[in-house]
Design a protein. Structure first.
Length: 561
């Protein structure tokens, strides 16, 4: 820890005081996901916090999989989570752990509780356990099996492990206080019988420990100093401490809670995301519309932007909803500095420049990124036939329209001024082609007679255009807080994905690598899809549009203050 370092939040303040007092010599944190789905943007905050604290204070951060529920967990999820943590820029080194590797030790700690008279085998059914537990306003009732002898409990628990009893017929419960105002302390379940193959231990076990029993012991076995979790575990902290107080673990980690990351227009519940996947609303865990780390990576978000976003959100003690525009702003700000500019026509309209020589090709110079002159320039071919955007032409334009219309001029980006002379339509009356003329004296932004041409549009040479599929992604939901409604699937945005098949890109993109990102001039930021894009069959995903609503919000707030 550097001398004079100031804490950035209340967690850092706790850690600094612990180091200064000598309570801890080294800080050890952990990121402990359950491998029952893919990590999402909320997990990114926890990853950045736990690994960031270890880095800042010269400690270490463990990656541990809390894999105690084999019905929902898999190797696929484990490997996906490892990829995500590394992609965000963090490394656990040799400190990779699985709660499943502690199953034998956890069993022995459960036996220790039984011997101390602090745990018992219960024969109540799940429904009866819920009924006996009471309510928030009424105390619970003790199970008729609560006062079994230590010897009987040891025998029954050993036989549970041996597989003598059917699934769900018995559980091991802690003996705490059925009248506690904290429901988590009313004799919580520690073990249940479940004959399910575990991805790591196979069929070795038919009893599995509960999370609230496993987690504190795993922390203690690994020497975790600060067990940082989200606010929904605040009511579980007394149980966390109770477990550590009553078994002979090597150390006593401290649980600290912080506010989880909630985003507007977004759902981060794994259960709800899985429903969207299984019901076909999205294509999978890595669909660019879902807020998983795999999804936003495929969409084109950068790890730098996500880390910046998590830093800006900060660490708080109270839950709130963060405007998704803030995340999009961080992505846009990062890409603005690094993304090369290119021209791409998403909805092509052919333009024939009738007075431009047939067969002639000019190489026009285009700037790669005005934010970074070191990125230099590139050559863009110009020929007699080009594509422009359909929306850049109107037959009967409104007042103030600055793009192409019959008899009007517009400048082609980096190129010449052209004038629309004729409109060609198909038999249904749709505009399919424009016939134009160009002014050869207008290259480079000048007009020799001083006339003003205000409109500038992008284009692609028809003879050199690279075909591509472009996927326009938008927010997945039409309401700000979809997690607050029961039928959230009814609010999926029908325009969250628009696929354009016949797009035309400038030739510099012919060999674009999967994962590479660009700014399509006047269109937004796009990346090459890392799953579906192949050489000769390019697929681009829109990452974010150019419009930055968050920047406008910030400017308005600054002006008001």
């Amino acid at each position: 820890m550097s001398e004079g370092m100031q804490p950035a939040n209340f967690i850092e303040d706790i850690i600094m005081k612990d180091l200064e007092s000598g309570k801890h010599k080294e800080i050890v944190t952990r990121f402990p996901p359950e491998p029952n789905g893919y990590l999402h943007i909320g997990h990114a905050k926890s990853i950045c916090l736990n690994f960031g604290l270890a880095e800042k204070f010269g400690g270490r951060c463990h990656l541990r999989f809390d894999d105690t529920d084999p019905e929902k967990e898999s190797v696929e999820y484990v490997e996906a989570m490892k990829r995500d943590v590394k992609w965000l820029g963090f490394d656990w080194g040799e400190h990779l752990y699985h709660a499943a590797d502690y199953f034998e030790q956890l069993y022995e700690y459960a036996v220790e509780l039984i011997k101390k008279g602090l745990a018992y085998v219960d024969d109540l059914s799940p429904e009866e356990i819920r009924e006996y537990r009471g309510t928030l306003t009424e105390p619970g009732r003790e199970s008729p099996y609560r006062n079994r002898s230590v010897e009987e409990n040891l025998d029954l628990f050993q036989r549970m492990r041996a597989g003598e009893f059917p699934d769900g017929s018995k559980v091991l419960r802690a003996k705490i206080d059925m009248a506690s105002p904290n429901m988590n302390m009313r004799d919580p379940i520690l073990y249940r019988i479940k004959r399910v193959n575990h991805y790591r231990t196979g069929d070795k076990w038919c009893i599995y420990p509960m999370y609230d029993f496993t987690h504190p012991i795993s922390d203690a076995l690994e020497g975790i100093t600060h067990s940082i979790c989200t606010l929904e575990f605040e009511d579980h902290r007394p149980l966390y401490d109770w477990v550590l107080e009553n078994v002979s673990v090597p150390c006593r980690p401290q649980q600290i809670e912080f506010a989880r990351l909630n985003l507007s227009y977004t759902i981060t519940s794994k259960r709800k995301l899985l429903k969207l996947i299984e019901d076909g609303y999205v294509a999978g865990w890595d669909d660019p519309r879902v807020p998983t780390i795999a999804g936003v990576r495929r969409r084109g978000y950068t790890p730098e932007a996500i880390r910046d976003f998590c830093e800006r959100v900060g660490v708080a003690k109270k839950n709130s909803v963060v405007d998704i525009a803030m995340l999009e702003h961080c992505v846009r700000e990062d890409l603005n500095r690094r993304a090369p500019r290119v021209m791409a026509v998403l909805r092509p309209l052919k333009v024939v420049i009738e007075n431009y020589p047939e067969g002639k090709v000019e190489e026009l110079e285009a700037v790669n990124n005005p934010e970074d002159p070191s990125m230099g320039t590139r050559k863009v071919p110009f020929s007699r036939e080009v594509f422009i955007e359909q929306e850049d032409f109107m037959e009967d334009p409104p007042k103030g329209y600055r793009r192409l219309a019959p008899g009007r001029e517009v400048r082609l980006r980096y190129g010449y001024v052209i004038k629309c002379e004729k409109v060609i339509k198909d038999e249904d009356g749709n505009v399919v082609e424009l016939r134009c003329t160009y002014d050869p004296e207008t290259l480079g932004g000048s007009t020799p007679d001083g006339r003003k041409v205000r409109g500038i549009i992008h284009w692609v040479s028809a003879a050199h255009a690279v075909p591509a599929e472009v996927r326009l992604y938008d927010r997945l939901f039409t309401i700000e807080n979809p997690g607050d409604v029961e039928d959230f699937w009814n609010y999926v945005n029908p325009e969250s994905l628009i696929v354009l098949k016949d797009c035309k890109l400038e030739p510099s993109l012919a060999d674009a690598e999967p994962g590479s990102f660009y700014q399509f001039e006047r269109q937004g930021y796009f990346c090459v899809d890392i799953v579906d894009s192949k050489p000769g069959s390019l697929v681009f995903n829109r990452t974010v549009a150019l419009k930055d609503s968050w920047a406008k919000i910030q400017k308005r707030q600054d002006a008001q203050s």
